[in-house]
Design a binder for this molecule. Structure first.
Ligand code: NAD
Length: 443
């Protein structure tokens, strides 16, 4: 099939590459000319396991093209995806300007029936707004061209995006046109061979499904962080509590890890946007507000523990930091808890020596060269001249550290475990002070 995708970010690029991998001819459009030039040159702007290989192979075979030119791209696709950003507006609601700009562009150039598929995470009612925006442009040029708008939210996880896209748990299709549903059935057939993963519903329910999924996941994290904060005060170990409750199949072990707070480009903005949607319909979503508040507080947790360790005197101290990305297997630093920690440490006069397997470039891009930040090439280099170590992203490479080496290198051997990766007793036996999240003795 002939596919057009607007936006070559995490969602657009991964979707384009995976659809090309299944034999479709995909044209990806982006307004960022530098990004398109890099993609054409075989350079992948983001780190995502497995992505580089399928982009290169499909680009080389001619099934995956990149352009800044919207008109020929719209002439190409029978299915036109919108996968551009929906960042938070000033009041926290989703900013639809990029989505609606693409819709208008489609309306200006569409010359025959196509299905416009919205993959961006958008508030309930956006399918109608996209339909209106396309129709307005068609009407302006007196073009009687049929089209359908479908809501097809994306559920891929950064760090496993290619895998998720090739083997989705479910494919949500919100549509009110049988013709559009039939086309999407055909498009997604290769992903449905094992069993039909497509769940068809109306557009509004599809749009809300995406927000409900992210809000539920964010709620699980904030809930466990809340329990961790209680555990810490009552002298319990949240890791034991986690295993104790996870064994109940109604609760399950997934996604109940306490830590340094959630970040990334989705959970923070989507919880906020859903809260704004509720508010605009006259409903105060109290639970969502609490989920956000707990998370905001949790992101200051590691700083508070480090500050407490040094009796509030952080000036002149150096903190080694393992992990920068908001989660493992990505270089994404959007809303990463590491940023809050580093900024608080700098404000208090401390220095940071940091290591992350993938996010060093992005961190440098964000903060530039500064005296109080050294980005190291190796995990153990970050310990040189540092007083203490904080671990904030649970990369696999950090799971079995050489504790003797850490102890020997740090000036004041203490380990702040922002993801509860380590056994407190083992760390203490190695001669380091241990601070975890909700482990009965953190503060
Ligand atoms: P991103 O910021 O990585 O990429 C967006 C891209 O769209 C950019 O390259 C930008 O230049 C391009 N763009 C903006 N306006 C354009 C236009 N008019 N024409 C063509 N290109 C344009 O965003 P992302 O992380 O891929 O997210 C896209 C959407 O998908 C968001 O709504 C997000 O909430 C949602 N989503 C993201 C994830 C994720 O893990 N990143 C997962 C599921 C859903």
């Amino acid at each position: 099939m002939k596919i057009t995708i607007f936006g070559t970010g995490y969602v657009g690029l991964v979707t384009g590459a995976c659809l090309a991998e299944m034999g479709n001819h995909v044209v990806c459009v982006d307004i960022d000319a530098a990004k398109v030039a890099r993609l054409r040159g075989g350079e992948i702007p983001i780190y995502e396991p497995g992505l580089e290989a399928i982009v290169r192979q499909n680009h080389a075979s001619g099934r995956l093209e990149f352009t800044v030119d919207a008109a020929p791209a719209i002439a190409h696709g029978n299915v036109i995806f919108i996968a551009v950003g929906t960042p938070p507006d000033e009041d926290g609601s989703a900013d639809l300007q990029y989505v609606l700009a693409v819709a208008a562009t489609i309306g200006r150039h569409l010359d025959r029936y196509a299905v416009v598929v919205n993959k961006s995470t958008v508030p309930v009612g956006t399918a109608d707004r996209v339909r209106t925006a396309v129709a307005a442009e068609l009407a302006a040029r007196h073009a009687a061209i049929e089209f359908d708008v479908v809501s097809n939210p994306e559920f891929l996880k950064e760090g496993a995006a290619v895998e998720d896209c090739l083997r989705p748990d479910r494919i949500i299709v919100g549509a009110s046109s049988d013709r559009a549903v039939a086309l999407l059935h055909k498009l997604y057939a290769p992903f449905n061979r094992n069993h039909d993963r497509m769940v068809v519903m109306d557009e509004r329910s599809a749009e809300l499904t995406k927000y409900a999924a992210n809000a539920m996941l964010a709620t699980k994290i904030s809930f466990m962080n809340e329990i961790a904060n209680i555990a810490e005060r009552v002298g319990a170990d949240v890791e034991l509590v986690r295993q104790g409750i996870g064994s109940d199949p109604r609760i399950g072990y997934h996604f109940i890890y306490p830590g340094a707070g959630y970040g990334g480009s989705c959970f923070p903005k989507d919880v906020q946007a859903l809260e704004r949607t509720a508010h605009s319909y006259g409903y105060e979503a109290l639970l969502l507000g609490a989920v956000e508040a707990v998370n905001r507080q949790q992101k200051t947790k590691l700083f508070e523990m480090i500050s407490h360790h040094f009796n509030g005197e952080l000036a002149g101290k150096t903190v080694a930091l393992w992990g920068l990305a908001f989660k493992p297997n990505t270089d994404d630093m959007r809303e990463a808890p590491s940023r809050r920690l580093m900024e608080a440490l700098w404000d208090a006069g401390a220095k940071v020596r940091a290591f992350d397997p993938e996010a060093r470039g992005e961190t440098h891009h964000l903060y530039g060269d500064r005296d109080d930040l050294v980005l190291c090439d190796q995990a153990y280099d970050a310990l040189q001249g540092a007083d203490v170590l904080a671990v904030i992203t649970e990369w696999k490479a950090f799971r079995s550290p050489d504790l003797a080496r850490i102890r020997a290198t740090l000036a004041e051997p203490a380990l702040f475990d922002g993801r509860n990766l380590y056994d407190p007793a083992t760390v203490e036996e190695a001669g380091l002070a241990y601070y975890g999240i909700g482990r009965g003795r953190s503060l």
